[in-house]
Design a protein around this ligand. Structure first.
Ligand code: ADP
Ligand code: MG
Length: 237
């Protein structure tokens, strides 16, 4: 298969490239960087799950996604891979600052995402930080947060940095991920989420994943997504 265009701009771009990759079954068949392919191979990820097969060709074209699939269906790689690929294609470096923000409802889930990012992204050179509430030293975080390329955070801690950290800078952010968006809304973070989204650049890609399709998810999608692909996967039982 021909390679995916390098530096493909963010936005709905190349439908021919998309249709070439729609329907492939293995990660190695996707137009990914060698660094990502090596990371996937090292972590022993071979065949895509259904939600990954459905969403990755769209997400890799820069499209916004609303993906719904039950817990355990592999939603994490459906956004970690596009985050890595977008920053790689943009040749994101240390001086470029925050390129992606991944928001998760709980510290535990954020920690699990961080582990997947470290594993699959280990051949990339991006810096990443886990910004969660609790015992971690927020003052030390404030000094370093602008040096990080990928932030994995809970809504409260991210908003704390947006409000309190001098020079907190995310005007160049390329990819926003809302993971377990239904749980973020269920845990009463709707106001925080709206405040966060209002401070982010409008020109970005947004990947929104949830286990369920509820009214509040539809509302959130309307507020945060541009002409999204709605992908809902219900596996046969
Ligand atoms: P979800 O976020 O939908 O609940 P996760 O992304 O946490 O699901 O993945 C659930 C489990 O499936 C994890 O243990 C993960 O390592 C595994 N997994 C994800 N994608 C694949 C894949 N393509 N091949 C094999 N295992 C996978
Ligand atoms: Mg998940």
């Amino acid at each position: 298969l021909p390679p995916f265009p390098k530096n493909a701009p963010v936005g709905r771009v190349d439908d021919t490239a998309f249709s070439r990759y729609a329907g492939v079954g293995r990660f190695q068949q996707l137009p990914l960087s060698k660094k990502t392919k090596d990371g996937l191979r090292a972590a022993k990820f071979v065949s895509m799950t259904e939600i990954q097969r459905a969403s990755l060709p769209h997400a890799l074209c820069g499209r916004d996604i609303l993906g719904a699939a039950k817990t355990g269906s592999g939603k994490t790689l459906a956004f970690i891979i596009p985050v890595l690929e977008t920053l790689y294609r943009e040749r994101w470096g240390p001086e470029d600052g925050v390129g992606s923000i991944i928001i998760s409802p709980t510290r535990e889930l954020a920690g699990q995402l961080f582990d997947v990012l470290k594993s699959v992204g280990k051949f990339h050179n991006f810096s990443a930080g886990l910004l969660i509430g609790g015992r971690k030293d927020v003052d030390m975080e404030k000094e370093r947060v602008n040096e990080l390329n990928i932030l994995i955070c809970t809504p409260g801690r991210l908003l704390q940095h947006m409000d309190e950290t001098p020079n907190f800078e995310c005007s160049q952010m390329q990819v926003l991920v809302l993971d377990e968006a239904d749980r973020i809304l269920d845990s009463g973070f709707k106001k925080e989420l709206n405040a966060i989204i209002s401070q982010l650049p409008k020109r970005r890609q947004t990947l929104l994943f949830s286990a369920t399709q509820t009214k509040s998810i539809q509302d959130l999608a309307r507020l945060s997504l541009k002409d999204p692909e709605y992908l809902s996967v219900h596996e046969e039982s």
